[in-house]
Design a protein around this ligand. Structure first.
Ligand code: NAD
Length: 422
């Protein structure tokens, strides 16, 4: 099978392409610009031999897809997950292009992934794999070329190892190559919370538009990792009750509200939510169909499908995860018309915005306070929301399409204006 068909046969990539086509049709985009804007610019596949603790050598496969490099260095996270595919990484890279463009960031879009079940690795094996991945993608990476960040299965420590590997190659400390680093290595205050805080900011803002008060708000969150837990904490502090959370092992439900701090302490100790005594166990499928004010998918793609879209019982669907809603589910939700969708490229953009702040601080060697970070973040989120709402009205389209129209049109215009080289 050709590489191209591997990407184009991926259901997640097809989902991203379908979303693109809807927006490109509305924009009546010229065929040549259309293909150029849609296709990933570069797909790098790497094969990584890693020595395991028992002396064996295991080969891991990884990817880095740079979807767009026309509007600045590429930007996007690195996912470590056993189900990673090249098509998935390409779809995630495409969404990064639109997200950065929508937020007005001087970046293109990229994403990385490694096929690995991190639960099966020791810390030293994880370090060797992280360093090897950076080593393999190093010719394609750099503060002015492509700047990775964390995603599912990676964290500040992984970013630190990757930054160290890159800096050792360059012969000097070069923190601007990666974001989401520990504070001591040039990370930004607020980056860890940024994506979830941003999700919570949008939820609060849209609930205020709907006249729904914090005390009347219940929240269900699928995925209790970086994004899900931070969004949950932020909404709890606002006054909402988080009634359900989950991870890959399943979920827990408490109609009176969950103690999120206790849940986080449980996960820190046991690695998963399984057995957490703060409520009754539920499945991830049940969580999606709970009656709640806000449903936040914050795990993986394609969890809202034609099977369950008709059964959702939330008022607001806040897409913390990338690509959680399939095209068919989007159609069903549009027909229903009773759920406000805050689409991924808008909803979780707080993460890449504060990554941008981190990169700026690294470039300037001048570090901001947390208040400065959040103040600037909220202003950028408000601007993005206002432009999406205006576009939604102008084109009488869904909020997702409005967000994509903005993101895609800026990239397409940049490509047209740059022309072709050579
Ligand atoms: N980290 C960021 O800054 C950031 C920014 C923007 C978007 N996102 C998106 O948010 C989502 C979550 O990312 P994260 O950084 O929080 O990852 P994470 O690894 O910190 O957490 C992921 C969570 O999802 C759970 N999970 C995994 N598979 C699951 C399944 N099949 N069913 C239910 N739960 C499952 C995990 O157990 C974990 O609790 C992803 O879609 C990611 O692309 C992340």
């Amino acid at each position: 099978m050709s590489l191209e068909s591997t990407v184009y046969q991926s259901t997640v990539f097809q989902q991203a392409c379908r979303q693109f086509d809807i927006a490109a049709d509305i924009l009546q985009m010229d065929a040549s610009v259309r293909e150029r804007t849609k296709r990933p610019r570069r797909c790098v596949i790497v094969s990584m031999p890693v020595r395991m603790d028992d002396g064996r050598v295991e080969i891991f496969e990884g990817y880095r897809v740079q979807h767009n490099l026309s509007t600045g260095p590429a930007k996007g996270g690195i996912r470590f997950h056993h189900d990673v595919t090249l098509g998935e990484v390409a779809a995630l890279a495409m969404w990064m292009s639109w997200k950065c463009s929508l937020a007005g960031l001087p970046y293109g879009g990229a994403k990385g992934g490694v096929i690995v079940d991190t639960r099966k690795l020791s810390t030293t094996e994880l370090e060797r794999l992280s360093r090897r991945y950076m080593q393999e993608i190093l010719p394609f990476i750099g503060p002015n070329v492509d700047i990775p960040a964390p995603d599912v299965g990676t964290n500040e420590q992984v970013m630190a190892w990757m930054m160290d590997t890159y800096s050792n190659h360059k012969g000097h400390f070069d923190p601007g190559v990666i974001t989401g680093k520990p504070i001591v290595l040039g990370g930004s205050l607020g980056r860890r919370e940024a994506t979830g805080e941003g999700v919570a900011w949008f939820v609060k803002s849209y609930l205020q538009d709907l006249g729904i008060e914090p005390e009347k708000t219940t929240v269900a969150i699928q995925g209790f990792g970086n994004v899900g837990s931070e969004a949950g904490h932020a909404l709890y502090h606002w006054g909402a009750e988080v009634i359900a959370i989950s991870d890959y092992t399943g979920g827990v439900y408490n109609a009176k509200g969950l103690d999120l701090k206790a849940a986080q302490a449980w996960v820190a100790q046991h690695k998963t939510l399984q057995g957490f005594p703060g409520g009754e166990p539920i499945t991830n499928e049940q969580l999606m169909e709970l009656e709640c004010t806000v449903l936040i998918p914050a795990a993986l793609e394609r969890v809202i499908t034609e099977q369950n879209a008709g059964k959702l019982r939330c008022r607001v669907l806040a897409e913390g995860a990338n690509g959680p809603t399939t095209n068919k589910a989007d159609e069903i939700l549009a027909q229903r018309g009773d759920i406000e969708i805050i689409p991924d490229v808008l909803c979780n953009s707080g993460g890449v915005i504060v990554s941008y702040f981190e990169w700026l601080q690294n470039q300037q060697n001048y570090y901001w306070t947390k208040n400065e970070v959040f103040d600037k973040l909220y202003r950028m989120l408000a601007k993005a929301k206002a432009s999406v709402e205006e576009t939604k009205k102008k084109y009488n389209c869904s909020r997702r399409t409005a967000a994509l129209l903005l993101g895609i049109s800026r990239v397409a215009e940049a490509k047209s204006k740059r022309g072709l080289f050579p």
